[in-house]
Design a protein around this ligand. Sequence first.
Ligand code: DC
Length: 232
Amino acid sequence: MESKKLIIAIDGYSSCGKSTLAQELANSLNYIFIDSGAMYRAVTLYCLRKGWVNGNFLDKESIIKSLDQIQLDFSQDDNGVKVILLNSENCEQEIRKSYVAAVVSKIAEIKEVREKLVEEQQRMGERGGIVMDGRDIGTVVFPNADIKLFLTATIEVRVERRLLELQNKGIETTKEEVRENLIQRDLIDSNRKESPLKRAEDAIVLDNSLLRREEQLQWALEQVQIRKSNPT
Ligand code: DC
């Protein structure tokens, strides 16, 4: 008999390696991987292009009114890498740029944006067999997730990781810009009114500052095994 397909939620601060772990865990288990942060980034890109967010300016009313015109999907590029589509356009590369990162937390604070994306995320996970990473996955999107992981790492490690990720994608930035953005986003994400980033009480915490990718994957697979042998 095929074993039950679980819902695995991974939350944590910016650049803790959540998406890397979620992707690798999903590959190992043959589950679907959903990067919920990419969805907030894609909505942000749409708003930037419309001129509804710019520095401290935010046209919340126009954003809320147009939410039903934003269609998000996940697909694969020619190399089999998961990418997000914004109204059918592959915007995976664009959403990682610093001008999007600089304002995404403002868009993610809007209640109506969260309601739309949470509903879509819940639909994607309806049948289980999913690993989703973000900020509110174990608390709001899937409060009954089978496994909840909460990742942390020191700010130095996180800055280095994000810098490397951006460099590998050919995106130009500086260490200072990355550090400032991570600190700012964590501050807004943790203190916003709507579903702030916080650890679910039943989440298992992992500080992965000193772990290699293979080690953290191994650790996560062990948590899955433990959970499967202790079904509730
Ligand atoms: O994971 P990321 O850095 O790509 O996420 C981008 C932003 O989206 C992050 O600063 C906060 C927001 N976000 C959120 O509010 N809730 C989620 N589930 C995922 C991301």
